[in-house]
Design a protein around this ligand. Structure first.
Ligand code: GLP
Length: 255
């Protein structure tokens, strides 16, 4: 295992191909559930965690008592919209893993009072004792969930506007850029940091720069992903393309 050291904490970063990454990340989930069958697990959308979900679907561990919480959801899409995160998670996670959707929670973005819906979601997570393991990706601009650059580290679940860069990145899932929602409800950075363990998965050459910045750059709201350096228990996986900028740092540490 490769390791980089930052701000007195160790982030364990493992660089491997998609298959290995999926298998190892799945093992982290399976170990947790073996110890704590009713674990609370945070789900991320996006393409990066897909190998993890595929490996879990293949291994079929017993996940029937796990409680699941999504990081975020778009605001403004009709219920059942194929690109809503509720539908994405149903399609990419619940169906292949045979999860009961009643155990999978997302912010309720169809309530008239969204601020209250966000606060209720935060309380729901707290009410189950917090998240044991949060799966998380990293956006091109360093966002975590939908916490865009400039977000306070103390932020909690709330309604947010999406950055232009994020809307452009996610336009690939919609007929046109104009169809991409402008707002979302997202867990805050403090909510995410409350998770007892973070499982970061980052893939693709287009993430090399931002992954390097998040893990080795200054800890600053300019790069929300840099907040990971403050968490005591982060397991990170990257493919060789995403880890390309980190390789010299890894080589230095390994000496
Ligand atoms: C979206 C999600 C994030 C995710 C990011 C990166 O904007 N809200 O939670 O981490 O995309 O996704 P990908 O892994 O597809 O690059």
């Amino acid at each position: 295992m490769s390791e980089i050291l930052r701000t007195g904490r160790a982030i364990k970063l493992q660089v491997c191909d998609d298959d290995t990454l999926g298998r190892l990340a799945a093992r982290t989930v399976e170990r947790l559930v073996a110890e704590k069958p009713d674990a609370v697990i945070g789900l991320a959308t996006g393409s990066s965690p897909v190998p993890l979900y595929e490996a879990l679907a293949e291994n079929k561990p017993n996940l029937s008592d796990v409680r699941w919480f999504a990081l975020d959801e778009y605001v403004g899409l009709p219920a059942g919209h194929p690109q809503s995160y509720a539908e994405t998670i149903r399609r990419e996670v619940c169906d292949p893993l045979g999860l009961d959707t009643a155990r999978v929670h997302l912010p309720d973005v169809h309530r008239p009072d969204l601020a209250q819906a966000a606060a209720d979601y935060e309380n729901l997570i707290r009410g189950v004792g917090g998240v044991d393991l949060q799966v998380i990706g990293l956006g091109h601009n360093g966002h975590l969930a939908f916490n865009e650059p400039g977000t306070a580290f103390g932020s909690r679940t709330r309604v947010e506007a999406l950055a232009d860069r994020t809307r452009r990145a996610n336009a690939r899932f919609f007929p046109s850029l104009a169809d991409v929602p402008t707002h979302c409800v997202t867990q805050g950075l403090a909510t995410i940091l409350d998770a007892r363990r973070l499982l970061l998965i980052v893939r693709g050459a287009d993430k090399a720069e931002i992954l390097h910045r998040a893990l080795t750059g200054p800890v600053s709201p300019n790069c929300p992903g840099s907040v990971l350096q403050l968490h005591p228990d982060v397991i990170a996986f990257a493919d060789p393309e995403a880890a390309a900028r980190l390789m010299p740092a890894l080589a230095e540490v390994q000496g």
